[in-house]
Design a protein around this ligand. Sequence first.
Ligand SMILES: Nc1ncnc2c1ncn2[C@@H]1O[C@H](COP(=O)(O)OP(=O)(O)OP(=O)(O)O)[C@@H](O)[C@H]1O
Ligand SMILES: [Mg+2]
Length: 501
Amino acid sequence: MKEASQLVGDLWREVARHEHIGDSVAGLTALVRSTLALKWLIVRRWDAERARLETVAEVGACEGLEARTILPSPRRDSLLSWAGKGAAELWHEREATSISRLCVPEGITGAVVGGPLRAGGELVGLLLAGPAVGEAERAREVFDALREPFAVALTNDLRLHELARLREAAEQDRNALLSRLARQDVSDAIVGAERGLREVMGRVAQVAPTDAPVLILGETGSGKEVVARALHAQSHRHAGPFLRINCGAIPSELIDSELFGHEKGSFTGAIAQRLGWFERSDGGTLFLDEVAELPAAAQVRLLRVLQDGSFERVGGQESRRADVRIIAATHRDMASMVRDGRFRQDLWYRISVFPILLPALRDRRQDIPALARYFAERAGERLFGRALSLDAADIATLQAYAWPGNVRELAAVIERAAILGNGQTLLVGPALGVAPVLSPRSRVPEEADAEDKADIEAALKKALGRIEGPFGAAKMLGVNPHTLRSRMRRLGIDWSRYRGN
Ligand SMILES: Nc1ncnc2c1ncn2[C@@H]1O[C@H](COP(=O)(O)OP(=O)(O)OP(=O)(O)O)[C@@H](O)[C@H]1O
Ligand SMILES: [Mg+2]
């Protein structure tokens, strides 16, 4: 028979090997049995919150034991005061004392050795065992050496459960928060829904409840993603995922894996199983952003899954289905791409069932004041902790501009104005002046500069070098004098050359 100290060492090693009490108890009991004849062994956990004892692991006990003992207040107090004394006890049967009746599950017969398991001064559970005939007294002596390793095994197990519970709760919180954010984005972020975007939002409302694919067309920065999210939020899929894919950024050798996922080990680098777009957006919406940039090989694959509704993971045999609604967006003229054979016609027919055309910002100037105010509040709050406001002159300046970069550019200009004004005020003119000058046709910068330079020089010539005033060049060009001056500085135009000419 083993020495008690060696036994304890072996027990600790066993405890360290397992995370779950269910896994460690079999090994621990076998070790104990090498020095002490036990019929059975039970570990019970004390759930202080719910005042109950629960059997969490057992070896050799008979079936049909009471798994859970609820201890209302007076009994709970007696258990705690008994456990506070700390020593193991020997009961010749379950009914021997009022404490043994609380600790030992109903259904156990014969002698029982029982002792509290404690961690950090708190009761965490009980260790109970049934010694073989003639072993009872020795069992009580050995028992105290067993309790610490068992207590640690039990607390490890509890911590693990607690972590899993917290992780689960955090995950749920996160999901709730995300869906709330998504809803908020939609409810308070579509500025102009009642004005310039009224028609667009009407189309969204029409198509949202269906599962029809939608194609959103609009210039860069016009709000295609905002509209796509609103569509998802108004659909019956709103609680499901919204997955945005940048179609221009798919590495061509990974197309299948991106779309359909892969099984672990299906190719070098596939170190774990990965779900593709379709499986990840199952029950929700797949937003194919910049769909015109979809590589040719991916167009073929996408068409197939849209036609068949099924696909396989790379390296997998099983045919899978996913319930996905497709929204695509592009700023390109796709009809001409289809004509020139740069985009598959069959795929185009599938995705262009219900087009929504998003007007450019310059074609809905009535939205500019509300958008500008919205961004001024947001930029001010974010950068300086207080909302900033615009005056009538600022609004007029903003409304006169062509906004080739649309809403995104407006947001950027307002943010720049807030920074230039140091959070005290908005310097809209200077902010616009340093904005990259681009025409709606998206000219190459050098060309744009040359055109601008020629226009400005012609105006200066007519205005005899004057910039401000009713006959000044700024008035002729329809821009703010501030803006004109900074553009001239950037283009290296010297007004004095035109003076008096
Ligand atoms: N109607 C709107 N109300 C409030 N914010 C808007 C609106 N439209 C666009 N925005 C904001 O403008 C920015 C650009 O919008 P979005 O990303 O949807 O444009 P996009 O058309 O997808 O642009 P790109 O073609 O460059 O991808 C975003 O920050 C978005 O929140
Ligand atoms: Mg976009």
